[in-house]
Structures are given as structure tokens and as C-alpha cells.
Design a protein around this ligand. Structure first.
Ligand code: NAD
Ligand code: DAU
Length: 351
């Protein structure tokens, strides 16, 4: 079947893998990648598919309602997969308003634009909102987030994502807009911007810079290889039940300090350095305010209903990720010029 699908945030980390998955797997779909190309958006992430006939890039800002209306009018998409967002918790602590603008207002603008062109016939239409496990708040030592866990966001980032999730459901319940949601755990992999823990540490090991561990390093995250997230989005977009949400995670919990030590071990092997070289860069720094202790996803619904499970182990995924960064050091150099240095000299990381 032919479809026109608008993917927002397709030049970013996860979005670039979702765009590639759809462009390559569905040659009869027209994929429109809409992205404002903020500091986190980078068309280099899509170089290998940019000349495909079923791919179009549109530079536009989701905070601009008129621009969104015009894009929807011009392209008449049947489906939307919405990933565009401000995505970094530390930045949300420094500038919460930017997160309200893009994550809340931007999402509402997209919902309005979709509703305006779909309202007379919702048949075959779908708005897929890509969200995060952070909306559920923090777990203690045990337990998992399920789809029924009550929302309890703590950071400005997670509060903005929770708000956007509520708006997506509100448009379903109020106007009948066909929607699905996914709430995913921490992703890692190629194209990951080096402000997030794993790519930041890879970058700093390559430059002999400190590896900043917030607080005592005992905070726990559930890590998923980004291509497995893209495959989950494909499944939910096509087969998920209207109005439902699906939790996506790796069943792969790591305390930050253990994860960093494992990353250091693999980096020393791959760089042919003596074991302990990278780990000597580990530096405990001041904690993130409001830092959530532990996230862990129960992904049994998407597994049971749609047959999804992660395709790689963490060991394989981390190895693939390090290899990618080692072969793409130009990419790392490009994205760490300009504002990047300014931001990091003023955050938790020291000069
Ligand atoms: P990212 O920061 O790497 O990419 C975000 C993309 O959105 C960039 O290409 C950027 O240019 C674009 N963008 C930002 N503001 C925009 C605007 N106003 N208009 C148009 N485009 C804009 O983010 P990511 O890590 O790839 O996350 C993608 C989505 O997945 C987000 O919605 C995020 O909340 C969600 N998510 C991320 C993770 C994770 O571990 N990274 C986990 C679960 C969910
Ligand atoms: O859980 C899903 C979320 O995962 C996504 O919604 C977010 O978009 C994504 O950024 C990510 O959020 P986290 O805050 O968990 O990711 P981050 O890589 O920033 O941090 C991971 C953990 O490592 C967290 O406990 C904070 C800690 N940390 C982070 C950085 C950048 C450090 O100890 N040192 C660091 O330098």
C-alpha cells in the first residue's frame, strides 16, 4: 500500500534511524522528514539515503503553527511519527521554556495541523507520538514501569513530555484523532549526540578528558540499542491498537558507574591501550538536581501483542556503537564545535 508519512525530528539521533528504517523498508511509501536542524539535528546522519526517490527533507519549526498547517496542506500525510523535541534533561534544567515551546506547543501545533486535514475522514490515518519512560518518574530499588503506571515527571524535560502525551490522548478522546504512543527507555547507538552519557564518555576518552559521573554514580537506566527502538516504532505505527500506548525497553539495567567502567574496558581493548587507561579519567562531579534514581521498563505488552523484543544484546550493541564512533570521528568533530564547548564549560563537566 502507498502511504505518505511525515516524520518529525528525523535529522536527530533516533529520528535518523526511524527515517532510514522506513525509507529502506517501504520503497512505496513517501517519507517526509521535517526538522528545524537545531544543534541536535544533522543531515549527515542521513547521507546514505538522502538521494532515494521516496525521501524528502523539509526544514521547518514545529513551534510555528502556520508553517505546520502549510506543510500538512502541501504533503497531505496519512501518518505522522513525531520525534522532534528538545531531548536533554540537563538543558531543560538550564532553560525549561525552550522545552515547553518545542515539546508542548510544537506537539499541539502538529495535532492541530493533522486534525485540520484529517477531520472529515480518519480512515487509514495515524498520529504516532514518540515519548519517554521519564514521564513515569523514578523507581526505587525494585519494580518496573508498565503502561498503567501513573505519570509523575520530575524534570522540566519529563514534565514537557508528559504534557505532550496528555495532549495527544486528549485529541484522541475529544476529537477522535487516531493516535498511538510509545514510551521508551534510554537509547544508545550511532548518531547519538555527545551530550548524553555514552557518547559523551566515548568523546572524552578519545580526547583524554574527564568522564563526569553525577553524584555517587548509582543511578540506574535501562538501555536499548536505537535500531531496536526504530523497529518497535515501525511495529506500533503499523499494528498498534488505536488510542493505546506501548512501553519499549531493553530489559537491560545498568548503574551509571558500572556502565562507564564497561565502556572504559571496551574502549581500552579497541584502542589497544593498557586496561585502566580510560577508567583513570572517571571523575565524580556534582549531581543533577532532581536526579531520578532508577528507570526500568516492563516491555511485556509490546512483546506479547506485537512480538517485539530487542535484537542485540547490550554487549553487541555497545561494541557496534563504539566501532561506529571510532570510524566516524569527523562526525564527532563536526558536532562538537561552536556552542558545544561553551555549553560544556558551563555545566557539570568543568572546563
Ligand atoms: P535529538 O535531540 O537527538 O533530536 C531531536 C531532533 O528534533 C533534532 O533533529 C532537532 O533538530 C529536532 N527539533 C528540535 N526542535 C525542533 C523544532 N522546534 N522543530 C522541528 N524540529 C526540531 O533527540 P532524540 O534523542 O533522537 O529523541 C527523539 C525523540 O525520542 C524525542 O521526542 C525524545 O523525547 C524521545 N525519546 C528519546 C530517548 C533517548 O534515549 N534519546 C528515549 C525515549 C524517547
Ligand atoms: O529514559 C529515556 C531518556 O533517556 C530520554 O527521554 C532522554 O531524551 C534521554 O536524554 C535520556 O535521559 P537521561 O537523563 O537518562 O540520559 P543522559 O544520557 O543525560 O544520562 C544518563 C544517566 O547518566 C543519568 O543518570 C545522568 C547520568 N550522567 C549523564 C551525563 C550526561 C552522568 O553521570 N554524567 C554525565 O555527564
Amino acid at each position: 500500500m502507498n502511504k505518505k508519512i511525515l516524520i518529525t525530528g528525523g535529522a536527530g539521533f533516533i529520528g535518523s534511524h526511524v527515517v532510514r528504517e522506513f525509507v529502506v523498508k517501504y520503497p512505496n511509501y513517501q517519507i517526509i522528514n521535517l526538522d528545524a536542524l537545531t544543534y541536535a539535528g544533522n543531515l549527515e546522519n542521513l547521507k546514505d539515503i538522502e538521494d532515494r526517490p521516496n525521501y524528502t527533507f523539509v526544514k521547518a519549526d514545529i513551534t510555528d503553527q502556520a508553517a505546520m498547517n502549510a506543510v500538512f496542506k502541501q504533503y497531505q500525510p496519512d501518518g505522522v511519527i513525531h520525534l522532534a523535541a528538545e531531548s536533554h534533561v540537563d538543558r531543560s534544567i538550564a532553560d525549561p521554556t525552550a522545552f515547553v515551546m518545542t515539546n508542548v506547543i510544537g506537539t499541539v501545533n502538529l495535532l492541530n495541523a493533522a486534525h485540520a486535514i484529517w477531520k472529515d475522514n480518519f480512515g487509514g490515518k495515524r498520529f504516532h507520538h514518540v515519548s519517554t519512560d521519564e514521564v513515569f518518574g523514578a523507581l526505587g530499588e525494585s519494580g518496573f514501569f508498565t503502561e498503567d503506571t501513573k505519570y509523575d515527571p520530575h524534570s522540566p524535560y519529563s514534565a514537557s513530555k508528559a504534557s505532550s502525551d496528555h495532549f495527544v490522548r486528549a485529541y484522541h478522546d475529544t476529537y477522535g484523532l487516531p493516535i498511538v504512543l510509545t514510551n521508551c527507555s534510554n537509547n544508545y547507538g550511532p548518531n547519538h549526540f555527545p551530550e548524553k552519557l555514552i557518547p559523551l564518555c566515548i568523546h572524552n576518552i578519545l580526547h583524554d578528558k574527564p568522564l563526569p559521573v553525577y553524584g555517587d554514580g548509582k543511578y540506574t537506566r535501562d538501555w536499548l540499542f536505537v535500531i531496536d527502538h526504530a523497529k518497535a516504532i515501525d511495529l506500533v505505527f503499523h499494528e498498534g491498537k488505536d488510542g493505546d500506548s506501548y512501553n519499549v525497553g531493553g530489559f537491560n539495567e545498568w548503574q551509571n558507574i558500572d556502565l562507564i567502567k564497561e565502556l572504559c574496558r571496551q574502549m581500552d581493548v579497541k584502542l589497544g591501550r593498557e586496561q585502566g587507561t580510560a577508567a583513570s579519567l572517571i571523575t565524580f562531579v556534582k549531581d543533577r538536581p532532581g536526579h531520578d534514581l532508577r528507570y526500568a521498563i516492563d516491555a511485556s505488552k509490546i512483546n506479547a501483542e506485537l512480538g517485539w523484543s530487542p535484537s542485540v544484546t547490550f554487549e553487541q550493541g555497545l561494541s557496534l556503537t563504539i566501532d561506529w564512533f571510532l570510524s566516524n570521528q569527523e562526525w564527532l568533530d563536526h558536532v562538537t564545535t561552536g556552542d558545544y564547548q561553551h555549553y560544556y564549560n558551563n555545566q557539570y563537566h568543568g572546563a
